[in-house]
Design a protein. Structure first.
Length: 197
């Protein structure tokens, strides 16, 4: 049985919940496909998110690491292809009230990393199940991109055989009334992602 780390994020800005946390919690301790799932909630904090993620990855020797985050303005599951070595969000504060603009994540780091997940296969499987998804070229330049970059930096430098990547999920209908997604559907989508890894 493979080892899976699934991460979600705590709530942030004025959103009352974060479905990425809810979905990660639902899968905690469960067997999904060929993986046994560990899950954690990361703080929306430019420093602590990275510290907790790195510590967990170092201790866990995972075969698959999947991070989830909320993309409030997106309508479908976004399969992120690229993490950039950049934080630049002049508007959104983290949960400690910090704003970071135009800053490299790692000054000696490469400019970008690609997810090591079979994204095209996952995309097809989701769409066949009627759960709409897209391949996305940007995880943004806020905390999700930061976590994705560190996850892929770890994969590339320490654990090259690990499958790793980031998925942005849309809001569920309890968070945004116009949303067509329920938490059950978001959870099903993440099951399909894992089953195709
Ligand atoms: N979404 C934010 C950070 C936490 C989350 O769930 C993002 O897209 O960067």
């Amino acid at each position: 049985m493979g080892k899976l780390l699934l991460t979600g994020f705590e709530k942030f800005l004025s959103f009352p919940t974060n479905p990425s946390e809810e979905v990660a919690k639902r899968l905690k301790g469960r067997k999904v496909g060929k993986y046994q799932c560990d899950s954690i909630t990361l703080p929306v904090d430019f420093e602590e998110s990275v510290a907790i993620l790195s510590d967990t990855l170092e201790k866990g020797s995972y075969d698959l690491a999947l991070s989830l985050g909320l993309a409030y303005s997106r309508e479908v599951i976004s399969l992120e292809r690229v993490a950039l070595n950049l934080i630049d969000d002049g508007v959104r504060k983290d949960n400690k009230g910090r704003i970071i603009e135009d800053k490299q994540i790692l000054s000696e780091g490469v400019n970008a990393y690609f997810a090591s997940l079979p994204l095209k296969k996952i995309h097809l499987a989701l769409n066949e199940a009627g759960l709409k998804s897209e391949l996305s070229l940007s995880a943004g330049s806020y905390v999700c991109n930061l976590v994705m970059y560190h996850l892929l930096h770890f994969q590339n430098t320490i654990s090259p055989s690990m499958l790793a990547g980031f998925i942005h999920i849309p809001p569920d209908a309890s968070l945004k009334r116009e949303s067509k997604w329920t938490l059950d559907q978001l959870e099903e989508a993440i099951h399909i992602v894992i089953n195709n890894c």
